[in-house]
Each structure stands twice: as structure tokens, then as C-alpha cells.
Design a protein around this ligand. Structure first.
Ligand SMILES: Cc1cc2nc3c(=O)[nH]c(=O)nc-3n(C[C@H](O)[C@H](O)[C@H](O)COP(=O)(O)OP(=O)(O)OC[C@H]3O[C@@H](n4cnc5c(N)ncnc54)[C@H](O)[C@@H]3O)c2cc1C
Length: 470
């Protein structure tokens, strides 16, 4: 490996990070005719889309789709490949979209290739050249050595806001040393869904049900349990303060956790994804600390698998069938931008003329031990994400998209999920294409010059959902 000589690479738009936001951005920009380079430090594009969890925030609590465009194209590709389960009601707070993460790997790869995105895997963006509020180049490192990538416009979809932070943007990170837990997602196969749903119907007290008026609709827990059964999919949430988990935690049979959330990943494989492991209050941008968490999270997977087999009907013969490819990070930097999405915006389902996408997930802040804050959006509705939340203060030609947008901590707890992340990626890339078409290669005025009405019109004509939902 040569690292002594810097190589050069030029592109029209550079997207850093191939998670939900970055893949949406790269595919959108390429489909709109730009030369796009997508840099990803991992071995596979897709980020958290590949871990087995459902896509939240693409439908609101009333069951209306609030994210379309790129997200629809991606889900259609999953459908074509036979890995789409569908939009399901969790009969707790949300409607989410379930799919097989192994098929999602193919779907993401297919879309990137189909649209001609130049993908650089195993490539870390480690430095930024910036001057007078403009990013001039991003430096990357991989086995071919170091490369200086120049572009008129950059999109930071790194989740952690690495590029914005390196370019001097200010940011907030967690709150007073508190960070949402790191988790390792895993999957169990050979699960008998019928037995699990019978258990729910018999003993609903162990499960979180009907936590918003929009979902409960005046039903009793027993009636809701029957609705889940009728839906026929394992969409259940064992709550940390319910008798089953509380007893197990008290007895030391289970680590302290707020949840064992179960979502289907494949009907044919009788497979589900479990969201339960946790180590809280680690700043995941401190790599040495992040890495120490693998051991306790792995141990928790072993403990939880044994617990499920012993205590939860339907899991007696379950086998461990998949692990997320990396430790999941819920919360790091929130980059300071022109606008900051607030808890009030989220909870009141605020609509705005400068909205470039929507979110609908509840304020969802996982905490240490059995703590989790869950506050539903009013009326099961959706809120608009203002364009300004993607524009880092003091930087002209860099937009952030995805988890690192500007939001207060409670609003971030809602908007961080994958539906809105895809909407933000599509919006940033659409703006890039419109600006380059108008101003040519120099794109001198940067993202801030974007006419929002024009951006909204282009997004809507590409299938994005900006109007007409609760
Ligand atoms: C345990 C857990 C459970 C969750 N549950 C759900 C759920 O059920 N439903 C839901 O919708 N959301 C859920 N979320 C939230 C959601 O998954 C993420 O917030 C969202 O996927 C973030 O998308 P993103 O594109 O911003 O970032 P990511 O998906 O994190 O993608 C960022 C990408 O950038 C790459 N990268 C980072 N830094 C660099 C760099 N310097 N150079 C090059 N590449 C870089 C990373 O490797 C990564 O692939 C959960 C999150 C976690 C951790």
C-alpha cells in the first residue's frame, strides 16, 4: 500500500457514507444525470438498512405513506427479488416496512450499479480541505493509498457528520454525556409465529400495545392482541417493565433492557430480527470506546437467545441466523444548521412550506437499562423536515443528510429513522442536480441558493411525498 503520494479524483457530487441517506443521495444524483462518487468505509453499501430492522418513519401512525421517491424504488427492487414482506402495523405506535436484509443487500447493490454510481468501498474519508466556507476537497484512504477528491458539491451522509465536523461546522453530541445505547441487532430463524401470537393473545400484559390514540383507537389490550394475530406477522414488542422481562431481569436471567422488539425478516425462513441489546452512554465517535462494546453486546445476544428459547413460546427451536455487520449507532453528532428541527415541530406534526421530506416516528430515546422515552406524534401524523436542517452553518457547498441533520435531541430521536433519512438524501441530491444544471460546474452559490419551491416541485415529480398526509 502506498500512502506517501496523494492521488487526484474529480466528480460532480461526492457523497460520503452509503447508508440509507447516502444511497438515496447517490442513486438520485446519478439518475438525474450527475457523475457521482459514493465513498463507504465498510465492505457493503446499505448501512443500517442491512441489519434486519424494519424501515420506520416511511408511514405515519395513521398508516399513510409519508416517504416515497427513492424509498419506493428501493422497496420495489426488494419486491422484485422476493425479499419484501410489506408495511405492517406494530399495533403499538407505528406502521413499519419489513423486508429480508439479505435481499436488501442485493437491492442496494443493484440500484447503485443500475444508475452508474461510482462506488468506493473500504474507503475512509479522513480529512477535509476547506476555505472561506467552501469545502474544496475530501481526502480518502484505502488500499490504493490516499486520494484527494474534488467536487463542486458534497453530501455528508456519514451518520456521524464526519465531513461537516472536519470542515469546522459546530455540532452537539448526545446530551451531558448521555448517548442512546449502542446495539447489535441479530436474527433468529425457525420461529413459530403462530405460537408467539397465541402467547400474545393469552398474556398481553408482557407486551407494549396501543401506546398512541391513533393506533389504540379505543381498543382494549385483548382486542389489540387479536388485531396483531389477525395480521399474522410476528410484530411484537416485549416490554422491559412487563412481568416476563422484569422477572428475568430481576433474576439475572436477562440484562437490563427496555425491550425485546421482534420484527419479521423472512416468512419462508421463519426468521425474525430482535432489537434488544444495549450499552448506553458511549460516544461512538471514540473508536476505542466503541470497539470495547462488541464483547458485552455479543454476550447479550447469547443470553437473549437462551432466554427466548426457554421462556417465549414459538422460540423453543430458534437458531441464530444472522448478526448485523456492525455495532449499531443511534446517536452521535447533530450538526448545527440554518434550521433546527424541534420536539415541538415533531410532536405537533408541523407542516412547512420549506419542507423537503417528512418524518412521522415518535420521539424515541432509548436510555440506559430499562429506560426508553416514547412520545407519539399528534394524531398519528407526520411533520415536515425543513431544507435548512441540512445546511451546516458557515459552509456553502456541503449538505448533511440522514442521522447527522440539525435537530434538538428529542426531535432527533424521531427523525433519525430510515424513512426520513432516505427522504433527506433524495432532497440533498436533487438540489445538487438542480444547482449544477443552473450554475454549471462551479455551483458558486452552493446549496443555500437553492430555490425551495423549485426543489419541492422536482422532488414531487420524482415521487417524493410532500403534501396530502396527516
Ligand atoms: C440498534 C438500532 C436500531 C434502530 N432501529 C431502527 C428501526 O427499527 N427502524 C428505523 O428506521 N431506524 C432504526 N434505527 C435508526 C436508523 O437505522 C439510523 O439512524 C439510520 O439508518 C441512519 O442512516 P444514515 O444513512 O444517516 O447513516 P448510516 O446508515 O449509519 O450510514 C452511514 C454510512 O457512512 C459510513 N461512514 C461513516 N463515516 C465514514 C467516513 N468517514 N468515511 C466513509 N464512510 C463513512 C458508514 O460506514 C455507514 O455505512 C436504529 C438504529 C440503531 C443503531
Amino acid at each position: 500500500m502506498r500512502t506517501d503520494q496523494m492521488q487526484a479524483w474529480d466528480t460532480e457530487v461526492l457523497v460520503i457514507g452509503a447508508g440509507a441517506a447516502g444511497v438515496a443521495a447517490a442513486v438520485t444524483a446519478a439518475r438525474r444525470g450527475l457523475d457521482v462518487t459514493l465513498v463507504e468505509s465498510g465492505s457493503m453499501p446499505g448501512g443500517e438498512l442491512l441489519t434486519g430492522m424494519a424501515i420506520d418513519g416511511a408511514l405515519n401512525g395513521c398508516g399513510e405513506w409519508v416517504v416515497g421517491g427513492f424509498a419506493t424504488e428501493l422497496l420495489d427492487e426488494c419486491k422484485r427479488l422476493g425479499g419484501y414482506i410489506g408495511a405492517l402495523n406494530d399495533w403499538r405506535l407505528i406502521h413499519y416496512v419489513c423486508y429480508d436484509p439479505e435481499i436488501m443487500k442485493l437491492a442496494v447493490a443493484n440500484l447503485l450499479a443500475r444508475h452508474g454510481v461510482k462506488l468506493l468501498l473500504h474507503t475512509f474519508a479522513y480529512d477535509v480541505e476547506h476555505e472561506h466556507g467552501r469545502v474544496k476537497a475530501v481526502h480518502i484512504l484505502n488500499k490504493q493509498g490516499r486520494t484527494r477528491i474534488t467536487a463542486p458539491l458534497f453530501i455528508d451522509a456519514s451518520g456521524d457528520g464526519d465531513i461537516a465536523a472536519m470542515a469546522g461546522a459546530s455540532y452537539l453530541s448526545g446530551e451531558n454525556g448521555q448517548y442512546q445505547p449502542l446495539s447489535l441487532m441479530f436474527r433468529l430463524a425457525n420461529v413459530n409465529t403462530g405460537d408467539l401470537l397465541d402467547f400474545l393473545a393469552r398474556e398481553p400484559e408482557h407486551f407494549a400495545l396501543g401506546e398512541s390514540d391513533a393506533i389504540r383507537g379505543g381498543r382494549s389490550d385483548q382486542e389489540i392482541a387479536q388485531e396483531v394475530k389477525k395480521q399474522g406477522h410476528p410484530t411484537v414488542f416485549l416490554k422491559g417493565d412487563g412481568p416476563l422481562l422484569a422477572r428475568a431481569i430481576e433474576a439475572g436471567e436477562l440484562y437490563p433492557t427496555a425491550l425485546i422488539m421482534i420484527q419479521p425478516t423472512s416468512t419462508e425462513k421463519r426468521e425474525v430480527c430482535l432489537n434488544t441489546t444495549r450499552v448506553a452512554n458511549i460516544d461512538a465517535t471514540r473508536t476505542s470506546e466503541l470497539s470495547t462494546v462488541l464483547e458485552p453486546l455479543s454476550k447479550q445476544i447469547e443470553i437473549c437467545t437462551n432466554f427466548m428459547r426457554k421462556r417465549v413460546p414459538g422460540f423453543e427451536h430458534a437458531v441464530l441466523s444472522g448478526l448485523a455487520q456492525r455495532i449499531g449507532i443511534r446517536e452521535t453528532r447533530r450538526i448545527a444548521c440554518d434550521e433546527t428541527l424541534s420536539q415541538e415541530d415533531v410532536l405537533s406534526a408541523r407542516k412547512r412550506r420549506d419542507g423537503i421530506g417528512k418524518g412521522s416516528h415518535h420521539v424515541d430515546i432509548h436510555q440506559d437499562g430499562i429506560g426508553q422515552l416514547r412520545i407519539p406524534v399528534e394524531g398519528g401524523g407526520s411533520y415536515d423536515i425543513p431544507w435548512g436542517c441540512l445546511l451546516p452553518k458557515g459552509l456553502d457547498n456541503l449538505a448533511v443528510a440522514g442521522r447527522c441533520l440539525s435537530a434538538d435531541r428529542p426531535a432527533h430521536g424521531s427523525v433519525r429513522v430510515m424513512g426520513p433519512c432516505m427522504a433527506m438524501g433524495q432532497a440533498a441530491a436533487t438540489a445538487a442536480s438542480l444547482l449544477l444544471a443552473e450554475q454549471g460546474r462551479s455551483a458558486e452559490t452552493g446549496f443555500r441558493a437553492m430555490d425551495i419551491a423549485q426543489l419541492r416541485q422536482a422532488l414531487a415529480s420524482d415521487g417524493a411525498i410532500l403534501e396530502g398526509t396527516h
